[in-house]
Design a protein around this ligand. Sequence first.
Ligand SMILES: *[C@@H]1O[C@H](CO)[C@@H](O)[C@H](O)[C@H]1NC(C)=O
Ligand SMILES: *[C@@H]1O[C@H](CO)[C@@H](O)[C@H](O)[C@H]1NC(C)=O
Ligand SMILES: *[C@@H]1O[C@H](CO)[C@@H](O)[C@H](O)[C@H]1NC(C)=O
Ligand SMILES: *[C@@H]1O[C@H](CO)[C@@H](O)[C@H](O)[C@H]1NC(C)=O
Ligand SMILES: *[C@@H]1O[C@H](CO)[C@@H](O)[C@H](O)[C@H]1NC(C)=O
Ligand SMILES: *[C@@H]1O[C@H](CO)[C@@H](O)[C@H](O)[C@H]1NC(C)=O
Ligand SMILES: *[C@@H]1O[C@H](CO)[C@@H](O)[C@H](O)[C@H]1NC(C)=O
Ligand SMILES: *[C@@H]1O[C@H](CO)[C@@H](O)[C@H](O)[C@H]1NC(C)=O
Ligand SMILES: *[C@@H]1O[C@H](CO)[C@@H](O)[C@H](O)[C@H]1NC(C)=O
Length: 427
Amino acid sequence: MYPLRLRITVLTLWFIAAAVSSVSGHNITDILSDFPEYSVFNDYLTQTRLDDDINRRETITVLVLNNSVMTKLVANQSLSVVKPALSIHVLLDYFDMAKLLTIGGGSMISTTLYQTTGNAAGSTGFVNITDLKGGKIEFGSADKESKIKSLYTKSVKEFPYNISVLEINSSIINLEILPKPLEVNFSTLLDAVRCRTFLKLLISTGVLDIYKKVAEQALTVFAPTDLAFKYTGAPDLNNLTNAELVSLLLYHAIPSYVPEITLENEKGPMPTLATNNAGKFSFTIQTYGSSLMLNSGVDDSRVLKMVSDVVPVCIFMIDKILLPMELFAKRPAPAAALPPAPESSPPSVSAPAPGSSSTPIAPSPAHIAGTPQVIPPPAPTIPPATSPVGGAPAADIGSNNVSGGDRGKVPAIFLVLVIVSILGIFF
Ligand SMILES: *[C@@H]1O[C@H](CO)[C@@H](O)[C@H](O)[C@H]1NC(C)=O
Ligand SMILES: *[C@@H]1O[C@H](CO)[C@@H](O)[C@H](O)[C@H]1NC(C)=O
Ligand SMILES: *[C@@H]1O[C@H](CO)[C@@H](O)[C@H](O)[C@H]1NC(C)=O
Ligand SMILES: *[C@@H]1O[C@H](CO)[C@@H](O)[C@H](O)[C@H]1NC(C)=O
Ligand SMILES: *[C@@H]1O[C@H](CO)[C@@H](O)[C@H](O)[C@H]1NC(C)=O
Ligand SMILES: *[C@@H]1O[C@H](CO)[C@@H](O)[C@H](O)[C@H]1NC(C)=O
Ligand SMILES: *[C@@H]1O[C@H](CO)[C@@H](O)[C@H](O)[C@H]1NC(C)=O
Ligand SMILES: *[C@@H]1O[C@H](CO)[C@@H](O)[C@H](O)[C@H]1NC(C)=O
Ligand SMILES: *[C@@H]1O[C@H](CO)[C@@H](O)[C@H](O)[C@H]1NC(C)=O
């Protein structure tokens, strides 16, 4: 077994280093769109954003499954299981029939996209390709626990030596042997990477509940570190009304699943949870060398690392608080004294989405948001980063007076309004 292990290691290092090249010429979504019999497979590549990873690689082979096989495979499976399963069907090498026949009655191991995630246990990140002779080629997980073997059926499309699409007759891995997807627990994850100030604010304002609700569909969070709140250019959050604070926190998440590679490819303004009409409360993504920067129009925040990626939720850590134009642009400077409230830009979160069904069953948005004349309610103070999670002081929203155990929570009706608005816009 030792020589095989060694081969696997060498192959891994080689492919991981070599495969992530610049943008390649192909578009897997486009290639597969000519073949309706793979539309389910194609759709899952898009949903899991594996399409972006495939498109940026050269010298790649995609093993596709037809709609009936694919539908059975993914039945009752969460996207967080489907993504690793499909990434095992993407080989980091170019194989067409001519090349497969060079195996000459033997077998070989190929690295898959799954191996590049760092999550592959055992040999699950590798595929064993065996030439059974007579034109029969068998694909199976190199992991001995997956007993499933799949047969090459036909070549779908070849662009030598960039990308090849081959059809096989079944999944090459038994989904049962893949690790069970982790529950995304925002509290645990943010606490572990010292984004505790951010977490406390999410809890005290009730915005965490909005995140959780949106995360059922798709959510990507950009969490500022504890240091980001102490940075000299950081705004004094005590000078924001609670409605503005809610907008600020909603601005730190987008209602779509955007893993790292997809983030690098994003162009144009990204709408956030605080966005309720075109261009408002959005930011753009820029790459400077190997750095990914989020630009709000007021300042840049650097993406420090990916904290979690479990479809359909991603969490990234950033080095500075994102400062939306709508809250910070007209003020003298982020650190300088702020006027009581901007005249022209009430936080847009509280306004129902145009065309959404949330007709005024609740106090008017302007009332919830607090008008410029309203004296800001006691602002939340930011507890020291070392104190336990959940002990954040209460923060009322607008002039609503919430008592007892509910103190510190956004009024339920407000949450419903915001959630309805967000869902109305994006889903
Ligand atoms: C393969 O990729 C290279 C570089 O992206 C491109 O120039 C070439 O045209 C591609 N070949 C085919 C057959 O698509
Ligand atoms: C790939 O093709 C699809 C469908 O033709 C298109 O919607 C998508 O924008 C393309 N992606 C890129 C990165 O060009
Ligand atoms: C999926 O789950 C439902 C209910 O849990 C069950 O009725 C159905 O048979 C399952 N389908 C498959 C293919 O396992
Ligand atoms: C691939 O699997 C076959 C059995 O299906 C086995 O005989 C062969 O040794 C394996 N090849 C490698 C390189 O592990
Ligand atoms: C796929 O091919 C293998 C190997 O010949 C065979 O055992 C299996 O039954 C086939 N699966 C399907 C779904 O046709
Ligand atoms: C899909 O693939 C399976 C396995 O190769 C095959 O049995 C089935 O007939 C195919 N279905 C269609 C519609 O081609
Ligand atoms: C998240 O983790 C915390 C602490 O580990 C726990 O108290 C909480 O119940 C978890 N939340 C969910 C939704 O599992
Ligand atoms: C915040 O507002 C208070 C008065 O409400 C003011 O004294 C203080 O200078 C302001 N701080 C900043 C950083 O704007
Ligand atoms: C509002 O809250 C303050 C203290 O937080 C309390 O003194 C006051 O009685 C409350 N008003 C109402 C109407 O509940």
